[in-house]
Design a binder for this molecule. Sequence first.
Ligand SMILES: [Zn+2]
Length: 196
Amino acid sequence: MDAAERSTSAQGPAPGEAEHHSLALVNTEFELPTGPYEGLPDGAAAGRWLRERGLGPVGQVAQAELRRLRLLRESMRTIFSAHIAGEHPEKQALECFNVALAAAPGVRELTWSATGPRVAVGERPGTRLEAVLTQLAEDGAELLTGASAAKLSACGAQGCTRLFIRSHAARRWCSDRCGNRVRAARHYAERERGAK
Ligand SMILES: [Zn+2]
């Protein structure tokens, strides 16, 4: 296990990542006081991540595809962060996001099952990775315009850049680890003040 893998398993997924592929993608790269973390360092890792998310089967991701995936991640972080700050995202980020959204849109089809009507997404044009990029962007668009949009937050722990969806109003950290780090720092600062 290398340093990167240790970092992510110690931190664990942030709330909302299980429900949203887009949030999980944004959180494959973040900063911690201990240093930066890159969860998609190469094509093999990217292929593994996509398979783990059930977005495969994608074999090894080619270099050019990895660039597109990382570009979407970057634009998504810009857009999510702007939303959290109550600002408009940069035009370039929106353009990049929309390119992914339009890469392989599936035709929607109304079908009937035993439980009633449902909308299914049919075959997507484009390459397998383009289909994945569009699915990630669609999920991001749904997150930003859905019920969870107002709960999208940045971790309040100093030095941590992970994003998460607040499970309850008072939640401010992306993980117990960050919460403990903040409490420990506060405790230390109070003790320092008390000693003077
Ligand atoms: Zn955090």
